[in-house]
Design a protein around this ligand. Sequence first.
Ligand code: PHB
Length: 395
Amino acid sequence: MTTRRNVLTRSAAALGAASTGLFLPELARAQSDKVRVGFMLPYTGTYAQLGVSIEKGFLMALNEQGGKLGGKEVEFFKVDDESNPAKGVENANLLVQRDKVDVLVGTVHSGVQMGIHKVARESGVLSLIPNAGVQVATRAQCAPNVYRTSFSNSQPTLALGKAMMDRGHKKAVWITWNYSAGAEALEGFEAGYTAAGGTIIEKLAVPFPSVEFQALLTQIAALKPDAVACFFAGGGAAKFLRDFHAAGLSKTIQLYGSGFLTEGVLEAAGPAAEGVLTTMHYSDSLDTPRNKKFRLDYVKAFKAQPDVYSVQGYDAGQLLVIGANAVKGDLSNKSALYAAMNGVTIDSPRGKWTMSAAHNPIQDMYLREVVKGENKVIGIAGKAVADSGAGCRMG
Ligand code: PHB
């Protein structure tokens, strides 16, 4: 079983090499004959909970294989990326160069992902993206060794505008954090909403990870839109829901968002989240045997409720299991590894999805409403939604 107890930060061999001042990473790898998995995730800050969910989901997929990958033992290495883009390259190199991981699993924040992406493209190490939606990673900078099991940033918001127009909400204010994930979520929202006939009357942003929403909420009250649409996630999302409600805006203005707004935060947000409408590729309440079993097993293993991040981490694990089994745990056998993972269909708790040619999920989007503290599915917002993959040429 893969438990938290054998999640190490350094292998014994690497520690020995470090203490004698020698640099023997190749030797360490040869001796261990284990698959070396590196987690680069946020374990602190506004996205901490997201990182924890991803790790748990990933471990669950491996536990279903007796904790092995392609028959080999697994050794884990961890770095807290703090959702800090400035340290993205440095942190990725701790795993790739220092710890010599065979596969890097990370991360949540799009800016930090760009650091991982640079290291992955230069080193050729297998990179599994369990959340960050930064579009270029599966568009112009797509790479044979980089696979995403989550979404591209514009995917969840593409279908939001139509749902809003169906409810007669023709004038909207958009609000988000001022970084690439927010900008790309807006790209999807704007395309879908304007195509459906809606008008964005104002676009607002606060710096990441600020939760000082008051001035902008006052501005929204004065603008009197039919609706507000947003991208927020993690601790900041819970705060935004509470502030929006406390400012009295939920009485007259319908709040919408990509589903991250209401993932893993419903307890923290309390009544403030009731009635919020979101689009997302997963919902707790999906009434399928696959999802029910996943949720039951997860609760048993971790005494915690899974969310979309757990599912994305789990699917990264499932993808790696498929690849590792095909090469009997030898992840250096790249051509066979990629052949097994390319175009794969993943039997996910979210529903089956397929890996696109640019290595991003083609997946259904659900329309969800928060009812009595739960994300209830109230419709399908989009079938087999694919990212454009624009400019992707696999080298
Ligand atoms: C991102 O930075 O790409 C990101 C972060 C949190 C989310 C979704 C996307 O929930």
